[in-house]
Write a protein that binds this ligand. Structure first.
Ligand SMILES: [Cu+2]
Length: 511
């Protein structure tokens, strides 16, 4: 049977970010082309057959992004973004989290199924400047492209904007059997899609660019590279694409509408490969795609675009032919039965700008909004209450779990939403039904992943509990964090400005 090649973006066109009042169109930077930076693989401090030891250091530095002055940037084990971490399924990771920044941060493992809230690394797990904390966990999920980013409330957006984001690759035996390219840096390439505005002396200025609906810049930055090209030396290329932007959606397509095959989404390999010519990613979503350049002659260039703006130029060189047909079925995804007698949970994302909320409330670190028993399978109806003619797509993200998308307004999910996901874009007026199970106990956040929306309070938290082993958690509070930020900046707490604060002020709420 011939499989369809999907040619649309699926999301509701009136809700695209291009219709926002504050939309910042992408422009090609006036800068020479540069080889795409490939983040090196982080070398373990020590490795045995069963255990891997890493040190992840958040640090400040400078990066040559444009000709002229270097840009002040932050990164993990590098000046910008991160070295790539590899977690082999079944192994136990031992990670030192070292903060060499001038201010507190957290290390959040986006998409990783680990206990919350401290190992998960959300707002309850600050690491103060000069401090090193340690976490251990066993990798207990299928191969996937996950990511690490800062998550200190309410300064997540600003810290990610500074550069605190990086790739985490989970590997397993099952994925290793599939006919996918996996030679890292050669035919298996991470693509972190971000955008920035460069101010005087090539510097970023988060506060000047602040927008409560998400900070944007006109310059696309791919793996921390402006105007990148990549030299292709194989017929097939696997791209692990992450929307690592604070707000921007990416509507991806290649020159001449070259088709590509998506093989994995947020939580790993999908049951079936899906062929596309166009693919939209909302904030924090990942897609692994395989591009086959078999129809392209050496010497030609294939460009990856978002809307009309070139992002990466793939310069095709001589390659050895390898005409690989992917199997129709890649992996089995278990579809667990819903636990009997559990009501469908309702979550409503409301508002835009400073007026964002979940279930009529803004986030409060000390408040547990919901509880779900570990191991239970429950349906969640996640609604975007925005108006269909003027609203926006809110990417709904859950910590501590990989969920299954059941339906969109009662209809089938998009063709590439059949695998595990941790982030799903919800159109205005739409209800997305997901199937949620927590395997690990903890307090976990769930929120819109337009990062300024989460800082602005479009976030809540759930306790996943195991009745046989009840736990209590020391939850962080905003006063402690604000006092720490003020002290680190050498100012009085009354003079402290953090991005999300205006969203609480405007609604007359205490952060
Ligand atoms: Cu949102």
């Amino acid at each position: 049977m011939t499989k369809p090649i999907y040619t649309d973006y699926f999301f509701d066109e009136p809700a695209y970010n291009t219709h926002d009042g504050g939309y910042v169109p992408l422009e090609v930077a006036d800068a020479p082309e540069m080889a795409l930076r490939i983040p090196p693989l982080l070398k373990p401090d020590k490795e045995t057959a069963t255990d891997t030891y890493y040190t992840v250091e958040a640090q400040a530095g400078e990066t040559q992004l444009l000709p002229g002055k270097k840009t002040k940037t932050w990164g993990y084990n590098t000046s910008l973004l991160s070295q790539t971490l590899v977690f082999a399924k079944g192994k136990t990771m031992h990670i030192d989290l070292k903060n060499s920044l001038p201010e507190l941060t957290t290390f959040h493992w986006h998409g990783l199924n680990v206990p919350g809230p401290y190992t998960d690394g959300g707002c309850h797990a600050p690491v103060y400047p000069g401090e090193t904390k340690h976490i251990d966990f066993t990798v207990d999920q299928p191969a996937a492209t996950l990511w690490l980013h800062a998550h200190p409330c309410p300064s997540t957006a600003e810290q990610v904007w500074h550069g605190l984001a990086g790739m985490v690759l989970v590997t397993d035996d099952q994925e290793a059997e599939l006919p996918f390219p996996r030679n890292y840096g050669v035919d298996d390439i991470p693509l972190v899609l971000q955008d920035r505005r460069f101010h005087e002396d090539n510097q970023w200025d988060y506060n000047q660019d602040y927008d409560p609906d998400g900070v944007q810049g006109p310059t696309a930055m791919i793996n921390g590279t402006i105007n990148p090209y990549f030299d292709v030396t194989t017929q097939r290329l696997r791209l692990r694409i992450l929307d690592g932007a604070n707000r921007r959606e990416w509507r991806l397509h290649f020159s001449n509408d070259l088709p590509f095959t998506q093989v994995a989404s947020d939580g790993g390999v999908m049951p079936e490969p899906v062929k596309f010519t166009h693919l939209m990613l909302t904030c924090a979503e990942r897609a692994e795609i395989i591009v086959d350049f078999g129809s392209v002659k050496p010497g030609e260039t294939v460009t990856l675009y978002s809307d009309d703006t070139p992002l990466v130029k793939f310069r095709i060189h001589d390659y050895q032919r390898e005409d690989v047909t992917l199997p129709d079925h890649l992996v089995d995804i278990p579809d667990p039965e819903v636990t009997p007698n559990m009501p469908v949970r309702k979550v409503v994302m409301d508002g835009m700008d400073e007026y964002v909320m979940i279930d009529g409330k803004k986030f409060n670190m000390q408040r547990i909004d919901a509880r779900q028993q570990v191991g239970n399978v429950e349906l969640w109806d996640v609604k975007n209450n925005n108006k269909t003619d003027s609203g926006m797509v809110h990417p709904f993200h859950m910590h501590g779990t990989q969920f299954l998308v059941v339906s969109r307004n009662g209809k089938a999910p998009y063709p590439n939403e059949r695998g595990y996901k941790d982030t799903v874009g919800v159109n205005p007026g739409e209800t997305v039904r997901i199937k949620v199970r927590f395997d690990k106990p903890g307090v976990f956040m769930y929120h819109c992943h337009i990062i300024e929306h989460e800082d602005g309070g479009m976030m809540a938290q759930i306790e996943a509990y195991d009745p046989a082993h009840p736990k209590t958690y020391k939850l962080m509070d905003m006063d402690t964090l604000m006092n720490a930020f003020a002290k680190e900046r050498g100012i009085d707490v009354k003079d402290l400005h953090l991005a999300g604060m205006s969203s609480y002020d405007k609604m007359g709420m205490k952060m």
